[in-house]
Design a protein around this ligand. Sequence first.
Ligand SMILES: Cc1cc2nc3c(=O)[nH]c(=O)nc-3n(C[C@H](O)[C@H](O)[C@H](O)COP(=O)(O)O)c2cc1C
Length: 179
Amino acid sequence: MSAPSAVNRDALIGFLLGRRSIRRFRKELVPMELVKSVLDVARFAPSAGNRQPWVFIVVTDPEIKSKLVKIHRWAYPLEEAPLGIVVACNKDVSPDSYMVDCANAAMYIMLAAHALGLGTVWIQSLRNVEDIQKIVKLPSNYIPVALLAMGYPNESPTPKPRKSLEEIAYLNTFGNTLK
Ligand SMILES: Cc1cc2nc3c(=O)[nH]c(=O)nc-3n(C[C@H](O)[C@H](O)[C@H](O)COP(=O)(O)O)c2cc1C
Protein backbone atom coordinates (compact mmCIF):
# COMPACT_ATOMS: atom_id res chain seq x y z
CA MET A 1 0.00 0.00 0.00
CA SER A 2 1.31 3.44 -0.88
CA ALA A 3 1.26 6.35 1.61
CA PRO A 4 -2.33 6.84 2.84
CA SER A 5 -4.34 9.90 1.92
CA ALA A 6 -5.37 12.34 4.69
CA VAL A 7 -8.81 10.70 5.01
CA ASN A 8 -7.30 7.23 5.17
CA ARG A 9 -4.75 8.41 7.69
CA ASP A 10 -7.54 9.39 10.10
CA ALA A 11 -9.28 6.08 9.47
CA LEU A 12 -6.10 4.09 10.09
CA ILE A 13 -5.26 5.91 13.30
CA GLY A 14 -8.89 5.48 14.38
CA PHE A 15 -8.57 1.77 13.64
CA LEU A 16 -5.52 1.47 15.90
CA LEU A 17 -7.11 3.50 18.69
CA GLY A 18 -10.35 1.53 18.37
CA ARG A 19 -8.86 -1.87 19.19
CA ARG A 20 -9.89 -3.22 22.58
CA SER A 21 -9.21 -6.44 24.41
CA ILE A 22 -12.37 -8.51 23.97
CA ARG A 23 -13.30 -11.00 26.67
CA ARG A 24 -16.93 -11.74 25.78
CA PHE A 25 -17.61 -13.58 22.54
CA ARG A 26 -20.64 -14.59 20.50
CA LYS A 27 -21.24 -18.33 20.16
CA GLU A 28 -20.80 -18.17 16.38
CA LEU A 29 -17.86 -20.12 15.01
CA VAL A 30 -15.18 -18.28 13.06
CA PRO A 31 -14.77 -19.76 9.56
CA MET A 32 -11.30 -21.29 9.21
CA GLU A 33 -10.80 -19.31 5.99
CA LEU A 34 -11.12 -16.10 8.03
CA VAL A 35 -8.65 -17.39 10.64
CA LYS A 36 -6.26 -18.22 7.80
CA SER A 37 -6.65 -14.70 6.40
CA VAL A 38 -5.62 -13.34 9.79
CA LEU A 39 -2.60 -15.64 10.03
CA ASP A 40 -1.63 -14.84 6.47
CA VAL A 41 -1.18 -11.22 7.57
CA ALA A 42 0.78 -12.25 10.67
CA ARG A 43 3.43 -13.78 8.39
CA PHE A 44 4.39 -10.21 7.53
CA ALA A 45 5.26 -9.15 11.07
CA PRO A 46 8.86 -7.98 11.44
CA SER A 47 11.40 -10.35 12.99
CA ALA A 48 15.13 -10.17 13.68
CA GLY A 49 17.06 -11.11 10.54
CA ASN A 50 13.66 -11.96 9.03
CA ARG A 51 14.05 -15.34 10.70
CA GLN A 52 10.29 -15.70 11.36
CA PRO A 53 10.82 -18.12 14.26
CA TRP A 54 7.07 -18.41 14.91
CA VAL A 55 4.37 -21.04 14.61
CA PHE A 56 0.67 -20.43 15.13
CA ILE A 57 -1.43 -23.17 16.69
CA VAL A 58 -5.14 -22.62 16.20
CA VAL A 59 -7.05 -24.38 18.96
CA THR A 60 -10.70 -25.17 18.22
CA ASP A 61 -10.91 -28.57 19.93
CA PRO A 62 -13.09 -27.97 23.04
CA GLU A 63 -11.09 -30.45 25.11
CA ILE A 64 -7.74 -28.84 24.32
CA LYS A 65 -9.21 -25.35 24.72
CA SER A 66 -10.64 -26.22 28.13
CA LYS A 67 -7.18 -27.31 29.27
CA LEU A 68 -5.81 -23.92 28.20
CA VAL A 69 -8.62 -22.15 30.10
CA LYS A 70 -7.34 -23.81 33.25
CA ILE A 71 -3.73 -22.61 33.05
CA HIS A 72 -4.63 -19.66 35.30
CA ARG A 73 -7.64 -17.61 36.40
CA TRP A 74 -7.10 -14.81 33.86
CA ALA A 75 -7.39 -17.25 30.96
CA TYR A 76 -11.19 -17.28 31.43
CA PRO A 77 -11.96 -15.40 28.14
CA LEU A 78 -10.90 -18.54 26.28
CA GLU A 79 -13.86 -20.39 27.74
CA GLU A 80 -16.37 -18.38 25.71
CA ALA A 81 -14.10 -17.80 22.70
CA PRO A 82 -14.64 -20.26 19.85
CA LEU A 83 -10.91 -20.51 19.37
CA GLY A 84 -7.52 -19.79 20.82
CA ILE A 85 -4.21 -19.21 19.08
CA VAL A 86 -0.90 -20.17 20.62
CA VAL A 87 1.88 -18.00 19.17
CA ALA A 88 5.13 -19.84 19.82
CA CYS A 89 8.68 -19.07 18.76
CA ASN A 90 11.70 -21.32 18.33
CA LYS A 91 14.30 -19.97 20.73
CA ASP A 92 17.12 -21.83 18.96
CA VAL A 93 16.36 -20.03 15.69
CA SER A 94 16.43 -16.58 17.31
CA PRO A 95 17.92 -16.83 20.82
CA ASP A 96 18.14 -13.06 21.44
CA SER A 97 14.91 -11.96 19.82
CA TYR A 98 12.36 -14.78 19.83
CA MET A 99 10.23 -13.07 22.47
CA VAL A 100 9.90 -9.81 20.59
CA ASP A 101 9.52 -11.58 17.24
CA CYS A 102 6.62 -13.58 18.64
CA ALA A 103 5.11 -10.49 20.28
CA ASN A 104 5.21 -8.72 16.91
CA ALA A 105 3.40 -11.63 15.26
CA ALA A 106 0.82 -11.70 18.07
CA MET A 107 0.16 -7.98 17.63
CA TYR A 108 -0.22 -8.44 13.87
CA ILE A 109 -2.76 -11.19 14.55
CA MET A 110 -4.69 -8.92 16.90
CA LEU A 111 -4.73 -6.05 14.42
CA ALA A 112 -5.63 -8.21 11.41
CA ALA A 113 -8.43 -9.79 13.46
CA HIS A 114 -9.68 -6.32 14.41
CA ALA A 115 -9.66 -5.32 10.72
CA LEU A 116 -11.77 -8.37 9.86
CA GLY A 117 -14.38 -7.80 12.58
CA LEU A 118 -12.97 -10.28 15.09
CA GLY A 119 -12.08 -9.61 18.72
CA THR A 120 -9.06 -10.88 20.59
CA VAL A 121 -7.46 -10.74 23.99
CA TRP A 122 -3.89 -11.66 24.85
CA ILE A 123 -3.78 -14.27 27.62
CA GLN A 124 -0.60 -14.38 29.68
CA SER A 125 1.35 -17.52 28.74
CA LEU A 126 4.87 -16.95 30.02
CA ARG A 127 4.25 -18.26 33.54
CA ASN A 128 2.82 -21.50 32.19
CA VAL A 129 5.22 -22.36 29.38
CA GLU A 130 5.55 -26.05 30.18
CA ASP A 131 1.82 -26.52 30.73
CA ILE A 132 1.05 -25.00 27.35
CA GLN A 133 3.83 -26.94 25.61
CA LYS A 134 2.30 -30.13 26.97
CA ILE A 135 -1.30 -29.21 26.10
CA VAL A 136 -0.60 -28.36 22.43
CA LYS A 137 2.38 -30.74 22.04
CA LEU A 138 4.97 -28.06 21.37
CA PRO A 139 8.62 -29.18 21.25
CA SER A 140 10.53 -27.81 24.26
CA ASN A 141 12.48 -25.29 22.16
CA TYR A 142 9.23 -23.60 21.08
CA ILE A 143 8.19 -21.04 23.70
CA PRO A 144 4.51 -20.03 23.74
CA VAL A 145 5.06 -16.29 23.99
CA ALA A 146 1.40 -15.42 23.50
CA LEU A 147 -1.94 -17.11 23.80
CA LEU A 148 -4.84 -15.29 22.16
CA ALA A 149 -8.56 -15.82 22.58
CA MET A 150 -10.42 -14.99 19.36
CA GLY A 151 -14.01 -14.76 18.19
CA TYR A 152 -16.81 -12.41 17.23
CA PRO A 153 -17.06 -9.70 19.91
CA ASN A 154 -20.02 -9.71 22.28
CA GLU A 155 -19.05 -6.55 24.14
CA SER A 156 -17.81 -3.05 23.36
CA PRO A 157 -15.51 -2.15 26.24
CA THR A 158 -14.71 1.47 26.99
CA PRO A 159 -11.04 2.38 26.44
CA LYS A 160 -8.69 1.55 29.30
CA PRO A 161 -6.88 4.59 30.74
CA ARG A 162 -3.46 5.33 29.28
CA LYS A 163 -0.48 7.21 30.69
CA SER A 164 -0.05 10.69 29.30
CA LEU A 165 2.66 11.32 26.71
CA GLU A 166 4.38 13.68 29.17
CA GLU A 167 4.86 10.76 31.55
CA ILE A 168 6.50 8.44 29.05
CA ALA A 169 8.12 10.35 26.18
CA TYR A 170 11.45 12.14 26.52
CA LEU A 171 13.78 14.05 24.25
CA ASN A 172 17.33 12.69 23.84
CA THR A 173 17.80 11.52 27.42
CA PHE A 174 15.64 9.92 30.08
CA GLY A 175 13.59 12.43 32.03
CA ASN A 176 14.11 15.31 29.61
CA THR A 177 10.70 16.73 28.65
CA LEU A 178 9.71 16.26 25.01
CA LYS A 179 8.77 19.72 23.73
C1 LIG B 1 1.53 -9.70 27.80
C2 LIG B 1 0.06 -9.51 28.07
C3 LIG B 1 -0.59 -10.36 28.94
C4 LIG B 1 -1.97 -10.22 29.17
N1 LIG B 1 -2.60 -11.15 29.93
C5 LIG B 1 -3.95 -11.11 30.04
C6 LIG B 1 -4.65 -12.18 30.67
O1 LIG B 1 -4.07 -13.18 31.12
N2 LIG B 1 -6.01 -12.11 30.74
C7 LIG B 1 -6.71 -11.05 30.23
O2 LIG B 1 -7.95 -11.06 30.34
N3 LIG B 1 -6.07 -10.01 29.61
C8 LIG B 1 -4.71 -10.02 29.49
N4 LIG B 1 -4.05 -9.04 28.79
C9 LIG B 1 -4.80 -7.92 28.20
C10 LIG B 1 -4.52 -6.59 28.95
O3 LIG B 1 -5.19 -6.63 30.19
C11 LIG B 1 -5.02 -5.42 28.08
O4 LIG B 1 -4.29 -5.37 26.88
C12 LIG B 1 -4.83 -4.07 28.80
O5 LIG B 1 -5.66 -4.01 29.95
C13 LIG B 1 -5.20 -2.88 27.91
O6 LIG B 1 -6.51 -3.01 27.44
P1 LIG B 1 -6.82 -2.96 25.87
O7 LIG B 1 -6.09 -4.12 25.23
O8 LIG B 1 -8.32 -3.11 25.74
O9 LIG B 1 -6.33 -1.66 25.33
C14 LIG B 1 -2.68 -9.16 28.56
C15 LIG B 1 -2.00 -8.30 27.68
C16 LIG B 1 -0.65 -8.47 27.43
C17 LIG B 1 0.04 -7.57 26.42
